[in-house]
Design a protein around this ligand. Structure first.
Ligand SMILES: Cc1ncc(COP(=O)(O)O)c(C=O)c1O
Length: 444
């Protein structure tokens, strides 16, 4: 509730007023029907009228610790009582402690952080750091990727959200990754790396500052790289003096069952971008972390970057409290454990439902890709499009109180990391029923 002096609004009133005076992202405004939310706890949220949803996407793959954690709320309230804001040229305890804590949990010798308001500003500043450090200007990125919606980050983004922002910033080179869609499937790490090196050669290694990639791709399909791929990328970057930037905005903070996705393969990137799970979205905060030799560069060279809300005390406090929750409640371990259960439930769906073409997951980061034909593997909706069946599936999820992202021919399984087995089974029970809709469209 906004204030105690105003009568609460109904769900319909909230939706009408939101739509009348505010712009929704990535949408034609007349086509959307947002769900009004009044409260949230654990893996659930409720509308003002009391309809309950299982939050099977952790909102935007971000409320990793779950909703309404009293410890985080208390820490935020306490900090508010001390001081809400201090400008970025000052020093304060939340900033001091968070930098030190992140140095502990991030891979290798990453130990210096620049704090931002969110993920896009993290990737945006990673570009700057890479360019300043190397003196080179090109940035390589992959097509099946999303890195944010600001000018630089949307230029890095490979998926169709980039198209409307083109021509974008100069110097971005896109490359393919080992996945080629459900019909063509995967290529090996070796051949994908050969293609990558060819691009590096053709572009001129001395012109390339960095290669940015999501170690496990998020909204472009929960793409888990074949073993050897990330090691190969690391080696190519080292060979050519190119910085490796891991965009862990979505995959970081336990989502995959490790603190960071790169930890599965023991690869240390030069720069690491984070947001979302960093504060579990209780307060906005992002960061870009860098290895010691890169941080050393800025001892004598100016870092030309800044934000009014850089190192915001409220964001830093929320991050510290959130990280404590991951540790106290063993949420990374739970993600790993529940990830095993989710894999099993996914395999059962695939065995039972002809419309399930592929199920991928790592920890509690998952996706189901739907098809029309087991022979041709034609997707249930075209690339960058939708279909009647996918819309009906989304409608069914909503009616049944399962909140998740339905995109193109896929839907996502990304619950908060505090989920238990019974709750996971309940959600998959709804999915099991929903898939009868798409099964009816399968032709062979
Ligand atoms: C991998 C990745 N990078 C960057 C971003 C951008 O983060 P934000 O929306 O906080 O700007 C996102 C957002 O979904 C993301 O998934």
């Amino acid at each position: 509730m906004i204030t105690t002096t105003m009568p609460p609004m109904t769900g319909a009133e909230i939706v009408d007023l939101c739509k009348k005076h505010t712009l929704y992202e990535w949408s034609a405004q007349s086509k959307i029907a947002p769900i009004p939310v009044a409260r949230a706890k654990g893996i659930y949220f409720w509308t003002p009228e009391g309809k309950r949803f299982i939050d099977f996407n952790s909102q935007l793959m971000s409320v990793n610790i779950g909703h309404g954690d009293e410890r985080v709320i208390a820490a935020i309230s306490e900090q508010l009582g001390q001081f809400a804001y201090a400008n970025p040229f000052l020093a304060h305890e939340p900033r001091a402690r968070l930098g030190a804590k992140l140095a502990e949990i991030t891979p290798g010798d990453i130990d210096t952080f620049f704090f931002t308001n969110g993920g896009a500003e993290a990737t945006e500043n990673a570009i700057k750091i890479a360019r300043f450090f190397t003196g080179r200007h090109k940035i390589m990125a992959r097509y099946r990727s999303y890195h944010g919606a600001t000018a630089g980050s949307i230029s890095l983004t490979g998926d169709p959200r980039r198209w409307a922002a083109e021509p974008g910033i100069p110097g971005v080179v896109h490359v393919l990754d080992p996945y080629h869609g459900i019909e063509r499937g995967w290529e090996s790490a070796e051949s994908s790396l050969l293609m990558l090196e060819e691009v590096i050669q053709l572009e001129g290694p001395h012109t390339i500052a960095a290669f940015i990639l999501e170690p496990v791709v998020g909204t472009n399909g929960i793409l888990i790289p074949p073993d050897g791929y990330l090691h190969g990328v690391r080696k190519l970057c080292d060979k050519h003096g190119i910085l490796m930037i891991a965009d862990e905005v979505m995959a970081g903070f336990g989502r995959t069952g490790e603190w960071f996705a790169v930890d599965h393969w023991r690869v240390v990137p030069d720069l690491i971008c984070m947001a979302k799970g960093l504060t579990s979205s209780y307060i906005p905060l992002g960061a870009v972390g860098m290895r010691q030799h890169i941080a050393a560069h800025f001892q004598e060279n100016v870092f030309y970057g800044g934000l009014t809300y850089n190192s915001h005390p409220m964001g830093c406090t929320a991050a510290l409290a959130t990280i404590r929750v991951y540790e106290e409640d063993h949420l990374i371990e739970n993600a790993k454990k529940m990830g095993v259960v989710m894999k099993q439930l996914g395999a059962e769906l695939q065995a039972k439902h002809p419309s399930v073409g592929a199920v991928r997951s790592i920890g509690l980061f998952g996706i189901v890709e739907l098809i029309r034909s087991r022979k041709t593997l034609e997707p249930m909706a075209p690339f960058n499009g939708t279909s009647e069946e996918m819309q009906a599936l989304g409608k069914f999820f909503r009616e049944q109180g399962l909140y998740t992202l339905v995109r193109w021919n896929s839907f996502y399984t990304n619950p908060p990391l505090c989920i238990n087995e019974q709750q996971l089974r309940e959600a998959f029970g709804i999915i099991d029923k929903a898939l009868e809709i798409t099964d009816r469209a399968v032709v062979d």
